[in-house]
Design a protein around this ligand. Sequence first.
Ligand code: NAD
Length: 297
Amino acid sequence: MTTLFIGLGKMGGPMARQYAAAFNTTLYDVGPAATQLADELGVRALETLDTVPEEIDTVILMVPNSRIVESIMLTGDRLLEKLPEGALVIDMSSSVPTSTQMLAARAAEHGIGYVDAPVSGGTAKAVTGQLAIIVGGEPTAVERAMPHLEPMAGSILVVGPSGSGHAAKALNNLLSATNIAAAAEILTISTKFGIDPAVMVNVLNASTGRSQATEVKFPKHILTGTWDSGFGMDLMIKDLGIARDLAAETGTESPLTATTFEIANTARETVGGELPDHTELARYYELRNDITFTPSQ
Ligand code: NAD
């Protein structure tokens, strides 16, 4: 049997490479990425999803958002109608938990298993097949999904029922974005006080203020002025919106969530450009305060 891997962008491309080494794989993307990668890997690419080859029994999705997942599964390409009973769908995109719950229920009506398995670790861990994979779903479907996740995983964390993987992922990204904003803010103050940003990052990383933002993002993508983490700011803002909605739906008083969401949206307007990197949240602080975190040569 064969897996249809849909969405071959910055994450899906390297993930599909790892996956195709372990399972029979057919590729699909609305852009040219599927045919290019299929040629390289010597596997089949579909040009449309009008008909689904009968050997497909598993689908993996790695697309930008829930609107697109819903379009592929339900409203546009209508894969739920085209897949055989007993098929398994694994949505590895960072999707909206309530949409995932709805799709899992619709999939169950067709006798199809549906698992949410979003990832953390960025393009670097996608390339090495060491992503943290955060899993939600009905236990039998989760058990069936496990071997499919292993080729891409450094760790697999089962969270709970359908949608809980997607909820946990959005909340992780809320904390990650909040850490970048908080670090950028204190780095701005220290820079204005006259402390070299690289020295201040070293201080934080030897002290209690450290986070993945200060240990990885500042040294690799921000102090270098390269803004090249590979995770787009628009995707981060999408995740922050999911987290903000989760806070509202759970009736949680969450001033920090609202503030991070607002800072990220203002940063998006300020930095401009077609596809800014999410680390440009720190560039917003540079632009607003007329400073730079990049050491002069
Ligand atoms: P990307 O924009 O680089 O890739 C998305 C791919 O999906 C593109 O190749 C696009 O052509 C394809 N696509 C869009 N609509 C489609 C459709 N209807 N049918 C088939 N293919 C379609 O995005 P990415 O950075 O790879 O992110 C993918 C998902 O992973 C997002 O949900 C994102 O939030 C999440 N994510 C990204 C990162 C990262 O570091 N980039 C890290 C963790 C999670």
